[in-house]
Write a protein that binds this ligand. Sequence first.
Ligand code: KIV
Length: 253
Amino acid sequence: MKKLNVRDIRKSKNGKLQVLTCYDFQTASMLNQTTLDMILVGDSLGNVMLGYDTTVEVSLKEMEIFSKAVRRGAPDKFMIVDLPFGSYSTISQGIFSATKLFQQTKAEAVKLEGAFPYQLKMIERLTQTGIPVMGHIGLVPQSVHQLGGYYVHGKNYESAKRIMQEAKALEAAGVFSVVLECVEEGLATQITQALSIPTIGIGSGRKTDGQVLVINDLLKMGPNTPPKFCTPIADLFQVKNDLINQYLEDQRK
Ligand code: KIV
């Protein structure tokens, strides 16, 4: 399968873009052999790989280490890397962090959460320097403390209006695609229709131009209950647990 580039992705307004997160070499090597369109090295690695309570704890160095491992395993996939919390609080810091991560990890793009005016300027600058940027609005987990928890966004008029404005502003600033996380389904559909770049949904209904899921939720690789919007296709945590217990029992015989 041909590796996608930003021009291919920009044109993919068909609801078919398939994205999964990935954080390690072995899983990346497996995904590299599939028809998956894009890999996201999300800062959700803080939750699923490092056992942190929130993504707020993830550092730039951690993003770099995990992203490099994924790159080594999946050279043939379009790879997006998350800018972690605190690495883009000002325009100059964001440009420094994004450039470092982009260069060191050989990613094809970076992703950042939010659409405040200074972030829009940052996105303009990054794309001018040659770094493709994916946007991320709706539920932005790095702001969980400011938001007061994890919940669906865009349910009332004010919130829906703001998210629509953010989506349009991100497009104007130059993002090639935008993640809509836990955005009310009808609003996610309207945003998808209003933008010429693809929307990638997570917990935002089926009408976006693509879907992204955390692979550890999809395969239930860990002890945690996956979010409501993700129906696991396996229970690898239990499978591995059973296999190890069987092995231990056999060894004791
Ligand atoms: O970090 C992540 O995995 C993400 C997805 C949930 C979109 O940002």
